[in-house]
Design a protein around this ligand. Structure first.
Ligand SMILES: Nc1ncnc2c1ncn2[C@@H]1O[C@H](COP(=O)(O)OP(=O)(O)OP(=O)(O)O)[C@@H](O)[C@H]1O
Ligand SMILES: [Mg+2]
Length: 336
C-alpha cells in the first residue's frame, strides 16, 4: 500500500516522471510548454493592444491592403499609436505601400521587432520573410498557420491603440487561425468594390465573418466614383460624356472651376449590400490614380496629400469605426 494520495497503476509511475520520458515525449512536452507560453503572450498582448481590427474581402484585388494601410495611416494621423500586421505571404504589397520595401525581420531576445513605416506606424509583414520580392513563399497549410501564430505572439508591439490586420483574399484558413489565436478582436471591416461580381463575393465574406464569431464593423466601398476637375469661363455649363454613354452636367463656379464625379463601376453597390444585409456602411473611397502610384512608389496618398480627397474619405471611415468602438454597447453586429 502506498501513502501517496495519487494512485498509480502498475508500471506507470516511471513513464510519467519527466526524467524517464522518451525523446518523443520530451519533444511533446517542449511543444506543449511552447504552446502555453505562446497562449500567455497572446493574452498579455491582447491587454497591451487596445483595439484589433481585421480587414477582409471575398475577392482579390478590391483594395484590402490599400484600405488596411489607409486605415492605419489615418488613425496615426489622428494621433493614435498604430500597428499593421500583414498576413499575406504571397507578395510585398503592404511593405511597398509603407515605404518599407526590402526590409528584413529584426529579432532581439527571441522577439520580433516591427519596422517603423510612415507616420510612425509599426509594421510586421510576412513579406519580410521573402528572400526576394518577386519570389512568393509557398508554405504548406500547417507551417503557414504556425508561422501566423508566431507572428502574432512573438512580436514586440509595445503599447498600441490600434492593430490593423490585413489578410489575403477569400475565405481561407488565415482569418480563422487569427481569431482562434488572438482574443478580443473588436471587429471586421469588409472591403468591396461596386461591381456586381465583387458584391456577390462580399456577401460571401459577410457570412464568413459571421461564422468567425467576431463583430462586423461594416463595409467599405472602394474605387467608388472618379472625380475630374477643370476650368472654363465662369458660371458656364459643362457637359461631359461619362462611361457607358451617360451624360453628366455640372456648372462652373464664379472662378470657372468645375468638378464632376463619374461612376466607373455601378455606384452605391456597397451601400445597398450593407443595408440589405443589415451591416453598417462605413463609407466610400474614391477611385484615385494617386493610390496606384502610392502603391508603386511607397508614398501612400494619405502621406503625400494629407488634406486630399482620399485622406478625407479615410478619415470619415476611421471616424465611423472609432465611434462604434467607443460606444458602450458592443461594436457592430454580433451574430452568433
Ligand atoms: N481607391 C483606389 N483607387 C485607385 N486604385 C486603387 C484604389 N484602391 C486600390 N487600388 C489599386 O488596386 C490594386 C489592388 O489593390 P490592393 O493591393 O490594395 O488590393 P487587395 O485586395 O489587397 O489585393 P489582394 O487580394 O491581392 O491582396 C493596387 O494596384 C492598388 O493601388
Ligand atoms: Mg492585399
Amino acid at each position: 500500500m502506498s501513502d501517496s494520495p495519487v494512485t498509480h497503476h502498475k508500471g506507470e509511475a516511471n513513464n510519467n516522471s519527466p526524467e524517464n520520458a522518451t525523446n518523443e515525449q520530451k519533444a511533446q512536452m517542449e511543444q506543449a510548454y511552447a504552446q502555453m507560453r505562446r497562449k500567455l503572450r497572446m493574452t498579455q498582448l491582447s491587454e497591451k493592444i487596445k483595439h484589433k481590427i481585421m480587414v477582409l474581402s471575398g475577392k482579390g484585388g478590391v483594395g484590402k491592403s490599400t484600405v488596411a494601410t489607409g486605415l492605419a495611416l489615418s488613425l496615426a494621423q489622428q494621433g493614435h499609436k498604430v500597428g499593421l500586421l500583414d498576413i499575406d505571404i504571397t507578395g510585398p504589397n503592404v511593405p511597398k505601400m509603407m515605404g518599407l520595401s526590402g526590409q528584413g525581420l529584426h529579432v532581439d531576445e527571441g522577439l520580433i521587432h516591427p519596422a517603423v513605416g510612415h507616420l510612425g506606424v509599426k509594421v510586421i509583414s510576412m513579406a519580410f520573410l521573402l528572400e526576394d520580392e518577386d519570389t512568393p513563399v509557398v508554405w504548406r497549410g500547417p507551417i503557414k498557420l504556425g508561422a501566423i501564430q508566431q507572428f502574432i505572439a512573438d512580436v514586440e508591439w509595445g503599447e498600441l491603440d490600434y492593430l490593423i490586420l490585413d489578410f489575403p483574399p477569400g475565405t481561407s484558413d488565415e482569418p480563422l487561425t487569427v481569431t482562434q489565436s488572438l482574443p478580443d478582436i473588436d471587429g471586421i471591416v469588409i472591403v468591396t468594390t461596386p461591381q456586381e461580381v465583387a458584391l456577390l463575393d462580399s456577401r460571401k465574406s459577410i457570412s464568413f465573418a459571421k461564422n468567425l464569431n467576431v463583430p462586423l464593423l461594416g463595409v467599405v466601398e472602394n474605387m467608388s466614383g472618379f472625380t475630374i476637375r477643370g476650368k472654363v469661363e465662369p458660371n458656364t455649363k459643362v457637359e461631359l460624356e461619362a462611361p457607358g454613354g451617360k451624360n453628366v452636367e455640372t456648372m462652373a463656379d464664379e472662378d470657372g472651376k468645375w468638378s464632376a464625379t463619374l461612376d466607373i463601376f455601378k455606384q452605391g453597390g456597397g451601400k445597398d449590400t450593407a443595408e440589405e444585409l443589415e451591416v453598417p456602411f462605413l463609407g466610400a473611397l474614391p477611385f484615385d490614380p494617386g493610390v496606384v502610384r502610392g502603391g508603386d512608389d511607397g508614398v501612400h496618398r494619405i502621406v503625400a496629400e494629407p488634406d486630399g480627397e482620399s485622406a478625407l474619405a479615410f478619415s470619415n471611415i476611421v471616424t465611423a469605426i472609432t465611434e462604434q468602438l467607443s460606444e458602450e454597447n458592443e461594436p457592430g453586429i454580433n451574430i452568433i
